[in-house]
Ligand binder design. Structure first.
Ligand code: MN
Ligand code: MN
Ligand code: ZN
Length: 298
């Protein structure tokens, strides 16, 4: 055991594969020293999937306990097909069904937050897109009254017609949803940076967080995605890079991880990796600890 560190880092983890069952993800996370975890709750490239097996629902909390990961620090990510902003009725219908299904799955597993890309309007315009996303979210929340899981709208890089690259987009969606306890935000460092919000120095980091607080409210942030960016500030490209090896750089991550306002907010990597060796997760988690001045724990 190393001696206790003066720096207390927030719950840190990574997106882990659920191959073989969701209950295998906590062990994978623990094997690289994670204290937070992101998972999919079904195949991320399919509209529908088989129900979560009862033995998986039973095993998940047990495996989290063994892994030393609190369920508070677990969040899920929706499948990539969902687009609540689509003008196509068949896509909307499938998106609503899929999001409802995934919220129910999260509820069964006790997962408190489900990260969702707000959507892309595909030409109908920002206002129409935001109105539809908010209305459908409200409907889905109303239709799942027994589920406590929040929809966490993710900040986006702003590729194409995607909504969520300006903090105001997220604010406008969240404020239209009546049940505040069922919505929140997941802030992705790569996405806000490529959307044009700088976080590389104390001054720019503080200005960006001040702006987020003014427009949305920092308390709405229930999860972070920790990704460096392969592209520069304002390029609106969504390409993740290993921590410290992209255009964002190490300092931004030090500022975020040592910000006392986020000390209890779970943060997960979504950087490229070998799902078998998890070597890159070890490397990125070690980088995060090192830049914060925390000695290796294992
Ligand atoms: Mn995402
Ligand atoms: Mn992300
Ligand atoms: Zn991304």
């Amino acid at each position: 055991m190393s001696k206790p560190s003066p720096v207390q880092l927030p719950p840190l983890g990574s997106h882990m594969s659920i191959a073989g069952g969701v209950s295998l993800a906590p062990g994978r996370a623990a094997s690289v020293g994670c204290t937070a975890l992101q998972v999919f709750v079904k195949n991320n490239n399919r509209w529908v999937g088989p129900a979560t097996r009862p033995e998986e629902i039973k095993a998940f909390p047990e495996e989290l306990k063994k892994a030393g990961i609190s369920i508070k620090n677990v969040f899920a990510h929706t499948c990539y097909l969902i687009n609540l902003g689509s003008p196509k009725p068949e896509v909307v219908e499938k998106s609503v069904a899929a999001l409802k299904d995934e919220l129910v799955r999260c509820g069964e597993l006790g997962i408190p937050g489900l990260v969702l890309h707000p959507g892309a309007h595909l030409g109908t315009g920002r206002e129409a897109g935001i109105a539809q996303i908010a209305e459908l979210s409200q409907q889905i929340i109303d239709e799942t009254p027994d589920v406590k899981t929040r929809i966490l709208f993710e900040t986006t890089a702003g590729q194409g017609t995607t909504i969520g690259h300006e903090f105001q987009d997220l604010s406008d969606i969240i404020k239209k949803v009546a049940r505040a306890s069922r919505v929140g935000v997941c802030l992705d460092t790569c996405h806000i940076f490529s959307a044009g919000y700088d976080i590389r120095t104390p001054d720019t980091y503080n200005a960006t967080m001040k702006e987020f607080d003014r427009v949305v409210g920092l308390k709405k942030i229930k999860a972070f995605h920790l990704n460096d960016s392969k592209f520069d500030l304002g390029t609106r490209k969504d390409r993740h890079e290993h921590i410290g090896q992209g255009f964002i750089g190490e300092e931004a991550f030090r500022l975020l991880l040592t910000d006392p306002r986020f000390a209890k907010v779970p943060m997960c990597l979504e950087t490229h990796k070998d799902d078998k060796t998890l070597e890159e997760d070890r490397m990125n988690l070690a980088t995060l600890r090192r830049v914060c001045g925390v000695a290796e724990s294992k």
